[in-house]
Ligand binder design. Structure first.
Ligand SMILES: N[C@@H](CCC(=O)N[C@@H](CS)C(=O)NCC(=O)O)C(=O)O
Length: 122
């Protein structure tokens, strides 16, 4: 996990552990973004349906937090959302939602066919 993560400063948006059957992730993915905005919300919805643990940082201030030197190490263009994952950083809300949707191999939220896979949910 990237050193920027401060998991004491996050709120949980996950289902119970028993819902996570074959999750590829073993710890919460940390989502940087503004609470209530549609962009991070897509990932949080995918997480709830998929039983993946995603934690949204608290006290995020648009135009302030995302312009800080710490944040710019996560995303040099200073945009949110950004997801910290065991695989690395993910940008773009649709890409993030897809990553979360595919994080649980035991769930077909991401679709079960090629045509499902290429269709966006946004
Ligand atoms: N296409 C991007 C849009 C990212 C974006 O423009 N985010 C806005 C908030 S919704 C942002 O970070 N604005 C801050 C800024 O531009 O300084 C996505 O879907 O993630």
């Amino acid at each position: 996990m990237h050193e920027f993560s401060d998991t004491s400063n996050v709120s949980s948006h996950s289902q119970s552990d028993s819902d996570v059957i074959q999750s590829l992730t073993f710890e919460a993915q940390v989502l940087h973004g503004l609470k209530g905005h549609k962009s991070p919300f897509k990932a949080l919805i995918a997480a709830e349906y998929n039983g993946v643990q995603v934690k949204l940082v608290n006290n995020f201030k648009l135009g302030v937090t995302n312009k800080s030197p710490k944040f710019l190490k996560l995303n040099p263009i200073g945009k949110v959302p950004v997801l910290e994952t065991p695989d690395g950083l993910v940008f773009e809300s649709n890409a993030i939602a897809r990553y979360v949707a595919r994080s649980n191999a035991g769930n077909s939220l991401h679709g079960s066919s090629l045509i499902d896979y290429v269709r966006h949910f946004c």
